[in-house]
Ligand binder design. Structure first.
Ligand SMILES: Cc1cc2nc3c(=O)[nH]c(=O)nc-3n(C[C@H](O)[C@H](O)[C@H](O)COP(=O)(O)OP(=O)(O)OC[C@H]3O[C@@H](n4cnc5c(N)ncnc54)[C@H](O)[C@@H]3O)c2cc1C
Length: 517
């Protein structure tokens, strides 16, 4: 298994030098505490936790997997203890709002800690990872009582969250979902139905699980206009905040799957489970977008994490493994052959992995800074950042997860036949990385969102806003040294606009070719 070493220099370069985070956060109300020193210290602590606690559980978690029994799901050895350490160190609260006990640090910090933890052990990270979306959804759409009952525990990590959308007959097309919610005399709802593929749907790491569930009210309109959103706790919560009896939600089984074996992918049966409506009736999908957008960026981080993990493994191996001689003369004359890193094809693979990793990191950190600008409020800047996020989130999710999978495949190739053998750990990265292209909306569904809703849906405004930023950047950087990069950037930007216009035109002339939603 490649030994994971947090890429502190690369992270610091993007966070401090490229994106000048301290300068930004000193201008954003609520984030003044985010100084360079504090942010560096947080990253260093996160790196230690990832390297020392999570990385050693990555391969064993893959081999052992999760175990189902009627009493609940048991996670791999060491996962629950690592989670307790994570909670004791206050990591779940890092970028949550201070009202519910959060530390109020920027989203960027949360993304960096997720990159570190996810590169060390993605399956483990998914347990606390889904709680972020649940927290954001309740913060934005929950009423005062719901915030009081659920937020503090989720923010502290005492409880974890899930996202319950998918049913056996529908994943991309949630308009088809059938789970029902019947109003009860006490103001709650009886939830009945079966959800499948629910990540972290059951486990032994926290004392309660807060499911965020899409279901239909009686007589709701068909399709997406008739979906509402509910909180369904695994254990009911008494008025004084203590835990009551087991709610009517049970894990019927866990999936046997290609990768992320350490994470429980659950079939959840809801049998008259007590649920509580969040947000307005029939507007559940709109409210769920808060969760889904957080989860999309979270999943994009998976691509970055696997690219980094695979690159580290491949680089170390390429420096050690000996095969043939360099075409420009021996580089290891005292040995029987040269290390394979001397061969141009191996360097091509390593450099492709490196470029995909570093580009993805810069892109995702930039995107999460836009989230901080939105959260800080302020008319014009927040609107501009919101527009950018709308356009770039589907690109981030689709591109970075595809990049992560490509980098993971290259990692196997650099190892030759050993890449295919389990003990080296490179094939696990490919298996674990593959799911990121599917969940939180497949790459095809991200493309529909980008072209249909964001590009065509805004009449080209969102795209032109972003390409306008690229123009401004090119004009501000005319220096001779940068010229080749600036010319290439301009050419790609022009090509992007041209291709988008062609697709838009074709879609209007022939909706069967591409159907905007
Ligand atoms: C390990 C794992 C964990 C998961 N975790 C969760 C979770 O925590 N919570 C949750 O709710 N779900 C979860 N999912 C479900 C996941 O989000 C869905 O599987 C995914 O959204 C795709 O839905 P589907 O499987 O029903 O595929 P389908 O919707 O049947 O799609 C099949 C294919 O058709 C394509 N397609 C569909 N519609 C269109 C269209 N209009 N235009 C072009 N192409 C189209 C898709 O891109 C895809 O290639 C998980 C799944 C897995 C495997």
């Amino acid at each position: 298994m490649p030994e994971y070493k947090a890429p502190l220099r690369d992270i610091s370069f993007v966070m401090n030098e490229l994106l000048e985070s301290e300068k930004l956060y000193q201008t954003l109300p609520g984030y003044e505490e985010a100084t360079e020193d504090l942010m560096n210290a947080i990253v260093e602590e996160g790196a230690k936790f990832a390297e020392e606690v999570l990385a050693p559980l990555n391969q064993t978690g893959d081999e052992e997997g999760c175990q189902w029994s009627e009493d609940g799901v048991k996670t791999p050895t060491g996962f629950a203890e690592a989670y307790q350490q994570y909670v004791d160190n206050g990591w779940p609260a890092l970028s949550a709002e201070t009202e519910a006990g959060g530390q109020g640090m920027p989203n960027l910090m949360g993304i960096i800690i997720n990159e570190l933890a996810g590169s060390a052990n993605w399956s483990w990270l998914m347990y606390p990872g889904l709680s972020h979306g649940a927290v954001k959804t309740i913060e934005e759409h929950g009423d005062a009582e719901q915030k009081e009952a659920y937020l503090t525990k989720l923010v502290a990590g005492t409880w974890t969250g899930t996202m319950c959308l998918t049913e056996a007959h529908c994943g991309s097309d949630l308009g088809l979902l059938r789970t029902k919610a019947e109003p009860q005399a006490d103001g709650s709802y009886a939830i009945n139905g079966t959800k499948i593929f629910i990540s972290a749907g059951d486990h032994d790491m926290a004392e309660n699980i807060v499911h965020i569930v899409l279901a239909r009210l009686p007589d709701a309109p068909e399709g997406t206009a008739g979906i509402s959103l509910f909180i369904v706790p695994k254990f009911n919560v008494n008025e004084d905040g203590s835990l009551g009896e087991h709610n009517g939600v049970h894990c019927a089984s866990i999936e046997k799957k290609m990768g992320i074996h350490g994470n429980a992918t659950c079939v959840l049966n809801f049998d008259d489970a007590r649920g509580y409506l969040i947000g307005p009736p029939n507007k559940g999908l709109n409210c769920m977008f808060t969760f889904m957008n957080t989860a999309r960026i979270g999943t994009a981080v998976q691509g970055l994490a696997h690219a980094e993990q695979s690159y580290q493994g491949a680089l170390a191996y390429a420096k050690e493994r000996l095969a043939m001689r360099s075409l420009t003369g021996p580089k290891n004359p005292d040995g029987p052959a040269d290390p394979i890193i001397v061969h141009p094809d191996v360097r091509r693979m390593l450099l492709t992995q490196k470029a995909l990793t570093e580009g993805s990191r810069a892109f995702l950190y930039f995107l999460s800074q836009q989230g901080d600008i939105v959260d800080a409020g302020g008319e014009e800047e927040a609107k501009r950042a919101d527009d950018l996020m709308a356009l770039l989130t589907p690109i981030g999710k689709a591109f970075v997860t595809e990049a992560g999978f490509e980098a993971a495949n290259l990692g196997v190739q650099v190892y030759g036949g050993h890449g295919f053998i389990r003990e080296w750990g490179m094939e696990q990265i490919v298996r674990d990385a593959r799911i990121a292209l599917l969940y939180e909306g497949t790459t095809g569904i991200q493309a529909l969102d980008l072209l249909g809703r964001k590009v065509l849906g805004s009449g080209g405004k969102l795209l032109m806003g972003f390409t306008g930023m690229i123009d401004e950047f090119c004009e501000a950087n005319p220096g001779a040294e940068d010229e080749p990069f600036i010319s290439a950037l301009k050419a790609y930007k022009d090509e992007w606009l041209e291709v988008s216009m062609k697709i838009g035109q074709a879609a209007m002339e022939n909706p069967g070719l591409f159907r905007p939603r």
